[in-house]
Design a binder for this molecule. Structure first.
Ligand code: GLU
Length: 445
């Protein structure tokens, strides 16, 4: 059976790096196994779901390099859920309940006071037809609960190994609200069956749902997929990430100028058996995913680590991978400029700051006119290449007896106006003989 996985966000906010972990684990498993990756929007909650969040999620995935094989919206599939609900009603597994939130809350408090687990007592099952009619006559509308079998549901989790949920200690879950809308539990199973999902890879906050959902798969006569529950990412202070926070959203990381592969590398490798490192392509990252060796502990996500990964990716990035972006930003200089500055960058956009150092005008910082005059006299005519700097500074050293910082810093200050920056061996050919000569003599050029 060929692999079919899905990423199923509710479009109620911007997706963050923790959601990216789920999306990437699914997409990379599909990539590695030659399977299909579905993007499913769990948008049955009409009030909170927004099309713009769904569209942004698609854009975020595209930025990461993930192209779903299909996009599915639950709001387009309501008939399927109605059919499934009917089937469950006929089988006696979906039953109407009329309690209000306040009544349920009162019962829960009573159970807790008696030292009992606050599990729904199935009182609604005992209602007679007449009592039901009476309640509906009062204007009450039913919500519908799934009658769980009081068994222990077991599965071999792709991440956590042998796992089980004791369903006797759970309340029968509400699948359909008073207003006829569906909670997440049933539509998810209906879709997983209908779309032939083979592996459900999601966060460990869904472990209990899995116990319930396996019963639903069976009640609906569907094939039960494999399940894998990965650890969740927390902020560096240990808090859970929330769509509502906005911080660490993929959109803000993108707008902050980060490389998608820096985000993907960290999202996938943190809290796994692999060391966190900058991986340059999704194909390579796919080869490192090993669900069975994801750590059980929550994985702490450290933003500072992102900067380091980002810098590493840039330092090794071939010009061809960035040419279009540099051009779009009006940064010239071609491959020679990119190779000169990439080692100094944390964000690619910072390259823009080095372009004026090449093109000018640069106001040179002159500390010692005499020394710079001697250096200028030894400056060769063009064209320059990667060896020019070494040959020239060698000659200046021999003539003046200066070495180390005393030799190089006055030259850097004059040529760039700055006391730090990319290797001058690489910058000098870009600056060229005319500008170099002018700057050594103190002219802005
Ligand atoms: N919409 C659910 C969520 O975002 C999907 C969970 C699942 O993958 O089944 O948590």
């Amino acid at each position: 059976m060929s692999t079919i996985v899905r990423f199923a966000p509710s479009p109620t906010g911007l997706i963050h790096i923790g959601n990216a972990r789920t999306a990437l684990l699914n997409a990379l498993v599909a990539r590695r196994e030659g399977g299909r990756f579905l993007l499913r929007f769990d948008d049955t909650d009409r009030e909170r779901s927004r099309r713009e969040f769904a569209d942004q999620t698609e854009a975020d995935l595209a930025w990461l390099g993930i192209a779903p094989d299909a996009v599915v919206r639950q709001s387009d599939r309501m008939d399927l859920y109605a059919q499934a609900a009917e089937l469950l009603k006929k089988a006696g597994r979906l039953y109407p309940c009329y309690e209000t939130q306040e009544e349920l809350e009162r019962r829960r408090r009573l159970q807790l006071a008696r030292g009992l687990p606050p599990v729904y007592d199935r009182a609604a099952l005992a209602l007679t037809d007449e009592e039901r009619r009476g309640l509906e006559g009062e204007g009450r509308r039913p919500h519908w609960r799934f009658h769980l079998d009081d068994v222990e549901v077991a599965w071999d989790d792709l991440v956590r190994g042998p796992s089980h949920v004791a369903c006797a200690s759970l309340s029968d879950p509400v699948l359909v609200r008073e207003d006829g809308s569906y909670l997440y539990t049933l539509p998810s199973v209906v879709d997983d069956i209908d779309l032939g999902v083979t592996q459900v890879i999601r966060g460990e906050d869904h472990v209990t749902n899995t116990g319930v959902q396996i019963q639903l798969f069976e009640a609906l006569g569907g094939h039960v997929p494999a399940f894998g529950h990965h650890n969740l990412l927390t902020s560096s202070s240990g808090e859970g990430l929330s769509k509502r926070l906005g911080a660490l959203s993929l959109k803000s990381l993108h707008e902050g100028g980060l490389e998608p592969m820096a985000v993907a590398s960290l999202a996938v490798l943190v809290g796994s058996a692999e060391s966190v490192r900058a991986v340059a392509s999704l194909d390579e990252l796919a080869g490192l995913v090993d669900l069975a060796h994801i750590s059980r502990a929550p994985a702490k996500f450290d933003e500072a680590e992102l900067d380091a990964l980002n810098a590493k990716l840039l330092h090794d990035m071939p010009y061809g991978d960035i040419a279009a972006r540099l051009e779009g930003a009006g940064i010239g200089g071609g491959a020679a400029f990119w190779e000169a500055v990439r080692g100094n960058l944390t964000r690619w956009g910072d390259a823009a700051a080095w372009w004026p150092v090449v093109e000018g005008p640069v106001a040179p910082v002159i500390e010692d006119h005499g020394f710079l005059g001697q250096a200028a006299a030894l400056l060769p005519d063009g064209p320059y290449d990667g060896g020019t700097w070494r040959a020239w500074t060698g000659a200046v050293k021999d003539r003046t007896g200066r070495k180390g910082r005393g030799l190089f810093m006055p030259l850097r200050l004059a040529l760039t106006g700055l006391d730090h920056g990319p290797e001058l061996a690489a910058l000098l050919p870009l600056i060229g003989p005319e500008r170099a000569r002018a700057r050594l003599s103190g002219q802005t050029a």
